[in-house]
Structures are given as C-alpha cells and as structure tokens.
Design a protein around this ligand. Structure first.
Ligand SMILES: Nc1ncnc2c1ncn2[C@@H]1O[C@H](COP(=O)(O)OP(=O)(O)OP(=O)(O)O)[C@@H](O)[C@H]1O
Ligand SMILES: [Mg+2]
Length: 251
C-alpha cells in the first residue's frame, strides 16, 4: 500500500489552474524529488499534500486514511507525522540551536531527560553538537538549514517534506546537506519528498523523480531515466540547468 497517494488533485487560484490532475503515489521509506519550472506548482503540491492548502478536487490519502474531507482537528495528528522544512528554515532567532531542536517536543509528554537525550542524539546524527548553545545569527546558513532539519526530526515524523533545502547555501554545504537528507531517509526509514532546482541534490537524494509540467506529473522515473529521457519538455528543462551537462555526460 502506498504511504501517500494523490489522486486527480486539482488546485486553482482564480483563473490560474495550477494543479490539473496530479496523480502520485509514494511508498513508505521512498525518497521522491519533485522537479519542474519555477512557478509550476511544486510548493503548492507540498501544501495540498499536507492540506495546509485546501484542494479543489481529487483525493489525498495518507497511510490509508482519506484526508480529503477531514476536519482540521482530525488533520492535526496526521500532520504531526509529516514534518515540513521550509525554504527559509524558519528558526526562532531568540532560541539556541538546542532549544530550536527541542521545540517540537515541548508539551508532547516528554520529560526533561528524554528531551535532552533526544536533542543530543539528533545533534550527534547531524554533526552539529558543537553549536548547541549558539543562536541562529551566530551560525552559517548551511548549519541553520541542518538545525531546521533537526527540529523537523525532533517531531518524530514518518515523513519529511523539504522545499528547496539547498537554496542560498554554497555548493559544498549543499552537497553535505543533501547527503544528510539521504542519510535520514535511508538510516531512519523516513519517507522523503523534496522540491529542488539543484540537480546535484536531486541525484543524491532521489529514488524517484516526479517532473511537474502544465499541472500534471509529466514524468515519473529514476534520476537516471530522467537524465536519459529525450521528451522535448524535459530536454528543454535540462538544457536550462547548471550542472546538468556534466550529468548528461555521465559525470
Ligand atoms: N496562496 C496563493 N495565492 C494565489 N496564487 C498562488 C498562491 N500560492 C501559489 N500561487 C500561484 O501558484 C503557482 C504555483 O506556485 P508554486 O509556489 O507552487 O510554484 P513553484 O513550482 O514552487 O515555483 P518556485 O520554483 O519558484 O518555488 C504560481 O503561479 C503562484 O503564483
Ligand atoms: Mg516553490
């Protein structure tokens, strides 16, 4: 059974028909990377998936539960199992790295020792323990992104959604971050859905690529199949990307 299933999902804003019949199925533990041109609806797809945005038509099924018509209070426990790493990272500036990561655990019935152990386990896993008592404006952009992933992990999710996690950090930090995301996916079995324009990130993270075009999933396959595909729309997209030439030559 698929873990997350989008069936014929439609979403418009006024006359702007953004999603026009998205069909997508994600298995438990799978890592799916969503690609597509800017403004095509990648972020909207993540938002309707978590039902942070209502959909116009279609179904969103999560772990066998049809969430389409669920009231807000019934959505809350489902959303708790799906952490969202926003592009900005959105850390709390007045909290330390430790406190930012601990934040989702507060009020969830953990005692102080449990919180402490879990926060340090997560910081160890992500190699950021040395920064535990620093504030967001004292750490680099790359480390901030990793802390925001740590905070997502602290919520003990089954699935993490990442919207352009490597945007705004240097290529070396972006590669490291992509490796962290993949490690979390494989070692912890966390289902991963990631939106990016960064092909190096896509190559490291993806089991499958879903390419969004004109409101539908135009292509669904492995990264290798994506690179090999000669569909004209994909050729045009790939031609516009930095780093892609290297991969087309198999580098
Ligand atoms: N809340 C909203 N109200 C109105 N229109 C919206 C809203 N959110 C998104 N849109 C529109 O939906 C379309 C898809 O937006 P979306 O943010 O999903 O694009 P994207 O593929 O994530 O682009 P990018 O790669 O630039 O982040 C755009 O035309 C955008 O203007
Ligand atoms: Mg977006």
């Amino acid at each position: 059974m698929a873990f997350i299933e989008l069936i014929d999902v439609h979403k418009s804003f006024g006359d702007n028909k953004v999603l026009r019949g998205i069909n997508l199925s994600i298995e438990k533990g799978e890592s799916l990377v969503i690609l597509g041109k800017s403004g095509i609806g990648k972020s909207v797809t993540l938002l309707v998936l978590t039902r942070l945005l209502p959909l116009d038509r279609g179904k969103v099924i999560i772990n066998g539960i049809d969430t389409t018509d669920l009231p807000e209070d019934k959505l809350i426990p489902i959303r708790k199992k799906i952490s969202y790493v926003f592009q900005s990272g959105a850390l709390f500036d007045s909290l330390t790295v430790y406190e930012n990561i601990a934040f989702p655990m507060i009020g969830e019935g953990y005692d102080e020792d449990e919180i402490d152990k879990r926060v340090f386990d997560i910081m160890d896993l992500l190699n950021i323990s040395e920064f535990w008592d620093l504030y967001p404006d004292e750490i680099s952009g790359g480390v901030k992104k990793i802390v925001s992933i740590g905070r997502a992990l602290a919520a003990n999710p089954d699935c993490i959604l990442y919207d352009e996690p490597t945007t705004g950090i240097d290529p070396y930090a972006a590669k490291k971050l992509s490796e962290v995301i993949r490690r979390i996916n494989i070692d912890m079995g966390i289902t991963t859905i990631l939106v990016t324009h960064d092909m190096r990130c896509a190559k490291i993270v993806a089991d499958k690529i879903a390419f969004l075009h004109e409101g539908v999933i135009y292509f669904h396959g492995s990264f290798g199949e994506f690179v090999e595909s000669d569909l004209p729309v994909l050729e045009e997209f790939k031609g516009s990307l930095p780093y892609m030439a290297k991969y087309l030559k198999g580098g």
